[in-house]
Design a binder for this molecule. Sequence first.
Ligand code: AHG
Ligand code: MN
Ligand code: MN
Length: 334
Amino acid sequence: MNRIVTLDEFILRRQKDFPYATGELTGLLRDIGVAAKIVNREVNKAGLVNILGFAGEENATGDRVAKLDIYANEKLIECLSNSGECCAIASEENEDFVPLPPLEGKSSKYVVVFDPLDGSSNIDVNVPVGTIFGIYRRKSDPSGPATLEDFLQKGSELVAAGYVLYGTSTLLVYSTGRGVNGFTLDPTIGEFCLSHPDIQMPGRGRYYSVNQGYYLKFDVEMRRYIDYCSDLNLRLRYIGSMVADVHRILFQGGIFLYPNTRKYPHGKLRLLYECNPLSFIVEQAGGKAVTCQLERILDIEPQDLHQRATIAIGSAEMVDEMVEFVQRYSALPV
Ligand code: AHG
Ligand code: MN
Ligand code: MN
């Protein structure tokens, strides 16, 4: 019989693998695990209680905010204050970064970035949503307050990243830079249990994922690449929650694209809260992630907390092929 390994047990076991093995990261990951369980409870009963619908506000990047976004944001902030390991957070839902109150006698060395609820337009129709997070070691002096510089780090400097998918079951996937592991929430015991050890992404897959409705708004080389995917009889899947779309591709192989459009000339997805953490996970599983201008996502120097990026993320061979397409067609005279 297989022995059940809970998330807490797994994190503790892996603690020694981490370069700063003092248990700080362990505390942070546990805080996030607790927040995920609380958000999961609310997401699951969203249809039952009067928490659905829009709060009538816009977030820092101008999108409509559903009430559950605010709830998830508050719970993550509350839970990340528990261990005292996080000195400040930056969230898609807050204009500026938010310092967290220090615990007595503790100097926190980490900052956490997150998209508390990704795919929030899907909540009202019972379609999977998720939480995406990234953890950085702060640049500023641990005895003082956090600074903007702590957050404007390249994705390659992430010490850990992950996501929670509130789907047919609830899954937490994370990496500390030594492979990727997935944990499924067993609602009967209230624990995340190791269900997908050492996730490896297929080198190719049968899926491509893009908002095909914007096809005519994409640059010509991207349209050519999408035509090529269609010629290959790849299956188009687009949920509209990046976390769920990337999750499918992580497990089954394929490519997810969000290119620049006229409305979003720099792409729509946020570098800090969406692109970087998911690129970190995908690279750790053997995949690749670049912008549609062909820069490696994890190499981008962020200038702004809410910066957006275009993205092509997925199986290594398919991302390489997309890069070739863009290079070939952008070299042709118009
Ligand atoms: P969020 O709900 O956090 O604002 O993110 C929504 C994002 C992303 O999850 C998804 O892939 C994308 O928006 C969908 O955008 P389109 O509707 O433009 O395709
Ligand atoms: Mn999002
Ligand atoms: Mn969101």
